[in-house]
Design a protein around this ligand. Structure first.
Ligand code: 2IT
Length: 445
């Protein structure tokens, strides 16, 4: 495999997709050695076939706002790879959404879903629709207009969407309601549904919970106790919420959250009612965290800054891609950080990841750390197919087992001679080997 050739040919074919190239490059660098030991992969052009999505749907989403004005957004679904199972992955509604973002997310999702051990292929979709400042009725009309186009391309055994940034329980409800009306079936072709209509217990918490289970495994492997450790979290959405709940429950102290406006530092710890308040902030639809510092006097708001400048033991990006850069990484290292784990997808820039690995910092990538979200989506699909509902304890036990397993797979392929565990390499190789062997078994399709 010639990584440079593959990347430059991708760049020539699809100019202006830096996030996608970043994600591809990371995986190719990790798997190069093992790939070259398998000439049958090269012969079957596994890499060339893996870096192109199976297909992409792009469509316009016209809708009418509360003033009666017509709005037009772009909608997408990238069905990346279904070697392992039906396409599976979230929908992101955010002003920054474009094809590069969704291709990188779909590519990552393919390997992440492989790591869960559940039969799910990779997909991602969404829109440049910005939820911020929209009324409930506008969000409903947008979701219905989006689904009017997408419904033909999804189904319980073909493609099962879920939430991501900007798509939470409310949006899933509107999307799924319209899907059912059009498809005239009730097979749960969406995960993250409400508990009253086929959703799974623990799904809202799962990404954050799974992330902390993974971090706990990383620390345990080093003989470190998570109790009493300080934690910097970014974001204040669903993922940050689940992470703060579980970190607190495990005895760690969360001292930051952040939004597009800046970050909150609360040395007393963000726990209990403060975590509930985070949800209130989110539900206000304003997309700002500043009011936290007015509500809780122990906290300080740092406008326009990121939480990585604080001295903490554990840093957990929980917001969006490339939210932690090389400078941030250096600050964390200078402050003697113990562990950094991406709960957001590709939360760190390539330079930041390289620095963590070079300095042998305990670091793990999103596709391993945040896989608990989609894994629990897989468990929701199972419950829907069986027409039953598992208890929270049953789902949580399965989630814990899955995260332990992903950790073990990462060690299997990522342990280096000096004892350092390169989780980036480990997770990429483990995910890739499964997808590649599934593709090999099914011929050139
Ligand atoms: O990035 C992710 O794994 C998600 N947004 C969850 C996808 C899913 O299908 O639950």
């Amino acid at each position: 495999m010639k990584i440079d050739n593959i990347l430059s040919s991708l760049e020539a074919k699809h100019p202006g997709e830096p996030e996608f190239l970043q994600a591809v490059k990371e995986v190719l660098m990790s798997i190069e050695e093992i790939y070259n030991r398998h000439p049958e992969f090269e012969k079957a052009r596994i890499i060339e076939r893996l870096v192109e999505p199976d297909r992409i749907f792009t469509f316009k989403v016209p809708w009418v706002d509360d003033k009666g004005d017509v709005q037009v957004n772009l909608g997408y679904r990238v069905q990346f790879n279904n070697a392992i199972g039906p396409y599976k992955g979230g929908l992101r509604f955010h002003a920054s959404v474009n094809l590069s973002t969704l291709k990188f997310l779909g590519f990552e999702q393919t390997f992440k879903n492989a790591l869960t051990t559940l039969p799910m292929g990779g997909a991602k979709g969404g829109s440049d629709f910005n939820v911020k400042g929209k009324s409930n009725a506008e969000i409903m009309r947008f979701c219905q207009a989006f689904m009017l186009e997408l419904w033909r391309n999804i189904g319980p055994d073909t493609d099962v969407p879920a939430g991501d940034i900007g798509v939470g329980g409310r949006e899933i409800g509107y999307l799924y309601g319209m899907y059912k009306k059009l498809a005239r079936e009730n097979t749960g072709t969406f995960t993250g549904k409400g508990l009253d209509y086929g959703g799974s217990l623990i799904r809202p918490e799962a990404t954050g919970f799974g992330g902390l289970y993974f971090v706990n495994e990383m620390l345990k492997a080093k003989g470190i106790d998570i109790k009493g450790k300080t934690v910097a979290i970014s974001g204040f959405g669903n993922v940050a919420w689940g992470a703060a709940l579980k970190a607190t429950e495990l005895g760690a102290k969360v001292v930051t959250i952040s939004g597009p406006d800046g970050y909150i530092y609360d040395p007393d710890g963000i726990s209990g009612e403060k975590i509930d308040y985070m949800l209130e902030l989110r539900n206000s639809g304003e997309d700002i965290v500043a009011p936290y510092a007015e509500e809780f006097k122990s906290a300080t708001f740092f406008a326009g800054k990121r939480p990585w400048e604080q001295k903490v033991d554990i840093a957990l990006p929980c917001a969006i891609q490339n939210e932690l850069n090389e400078h941030d990484a250096q600050q964390l290292i200078n402050n003697n950080v113990t562990c950094v784990a991406e709960i957001s997808n590709m939360g760190c820039t390539a330079e930041a990841v390289d620095l963590f690995v070079e300095k042998k910092v305990l670091f793990a990538p999103g596709k391993a750390v945040n896989a608990g979200g989609v894994a629990t989506s897989g468990l929701e699909m199972t419950q829907n197919a069986m027409h039953i509902q598992w208890t929270a304890e049953e789902v949580d036990a399965k989630l814990q087992q899955i995260m332990k397993n992903i950790h073990a797979q990462s060690i299997k392929y990522g342990a280096e001679k000096d004892g350092y565990i390169n989780y980036v390499k480990g997770a990429n190789i483990a995910g890739f080997m499964k997808v590649a062997s599934a593709m090999m078994a099914q011929g050139i399709v």
